[in-house]
Design a protein around this ligand. Structure first.
Ligand code: ATP
Ligand code: MG
Length: 295
């Protein structure tokens, strides 16, 4: 009697064991399948990331080649325009002078645009060389002053460089910083029908410096502040309609600022004016040979 009960108990136990083993097997099989699915998904994601990387690389390379190839013909157009306006091959009528000047200025604009595109493509491809060196702000400001003197065509707008005082020497890529400031200044001059454009440099902390270009121009409404640094962003305005440009200057400036370990900022009020700034570390980190020559 007792034996029979024990036998049926162990039979039940064995059955329960077998069924839970089967359940475990099924679960394992299901898990393995899920795992295989996840692995396949990862592989697909990897393949897609790879494709995306290749597409971005191709785009950057295409942009770089294209902009590079454009330079030579644009250079040729500008040289011919110069020969014509120098009247080497004969006199021009005043109207022809105007037309040739127009050809030259349009080609110059195209050249700027091609340069910006080439710079952007290089940054995206990670092929930009940063060449930092120690330099004085005063020298950079006087170089910029010289560069803008010939293009100050509007007598109603003054371009003022404030003497940088008490600033340390900087260790960064001065050509890239100059490129950022050139973009800010040319925008400020473009969007300031009258008043002034003021360039200054101030120390914001022990380790960083703020360069700002303020103007008394048309200003930018708050909802557009963030977008102006995007590629091809241009804010609609009556002034804008009369002017050309590609909308790449600020996008490039932001990328350059980030490469130099800093960032760009804008403050602006519609109808009152704008302040565009770039804040950079006094010394570009991770790259300071000759550090011992610091002031
Ligand atoms: P590009 O610099 O490529 O020749 P752009 O000057 O139009 O063309 P960005 O320099 O990128 O392009 O400027 C983007 C837009 O931001 C300008 O089109 C303009 O609408 C606005 N903007 C920039 N600077 C100022 C400023 N100082 N005052 C008012 N609006 C500005
Ligand atoms: Mg611009």
């Amino acid at each position: 009697m007792v034996n029979t009960a024990a036998a049926s108990d162990s039979a039940e136990l064995a059955q329960a064991l077998a069924s839970s083993r089967q359940e475990a097997d099924e679960l394992r099989a299901e898990l393995e399948e899920t795992n295989r699915g996840v692995v396949a998904l990862y592989a697909e994601l990897d393949a897609q990331a790879d494709q995306l990387r290749k597409a971005t690389e191709l785009k950057s390379r295409f942009l770089a080649y294209m902009s590079h190839e454009f330079r030579t013909p644009i250079g040729a157009i500008r040289s011919i325009a110069r020969i014509l306006s120098d009247q080497v091959d004969g006199q021009l009528t005043p109207e022809q002078h105007k037309q040739v000047a127009f050809v030259d200025s349009t080609a110059a604009e195209l050249a700027d645009m091609v340069d910006d595109l080439l710079d952007l493509a290089k940054i995206e491809a990670g092929r930009v060389d940063i060449s930092p060196a120690w330099f004085e702000m005063v020298d950079l400001f006087s170089a910029l002053r010289g560069m803008f003197r010939p293009v100050l065509v509007n007598p109603a707008t003054a371009l003022i460089f404030e003497e940088p005082e008490g600033l340390p020497r900087l260790y960064t890529d001065d050509r890239k910083l100059s490129q950022i400031l050139r973009n800010f200044i040319s925008n400020a001059l473009k969007f300031t029908p009258e008043g002034e454009v003021r360039v200054k440099a101030t120390r914001v902390a022990e380790t960083s410096v703020r360069f700002s270009v303020s103007d008394t121009g048309i200003g930018i409404a708050p909802e557009h502040h963030k977008a102006v640094f995007d590629d091809y962003a241009q804010v609609d305005s009556p002034v804008q309609k009369r002017l050309r440009g590609t909308g790449l200057g600020l996008a490039l400036s932001r990328r350059l600022a980030v490469l130099l370990g800093g960032d760009v900022e804008v403050q602006s009020e519609l109808g009152k004016g704008s302040v565009f700034s770039v804040v950079l570390p006094v010394r570009l980190v991770g790259s300071a040979p000759g550090e011992q020559h610091a002031p």
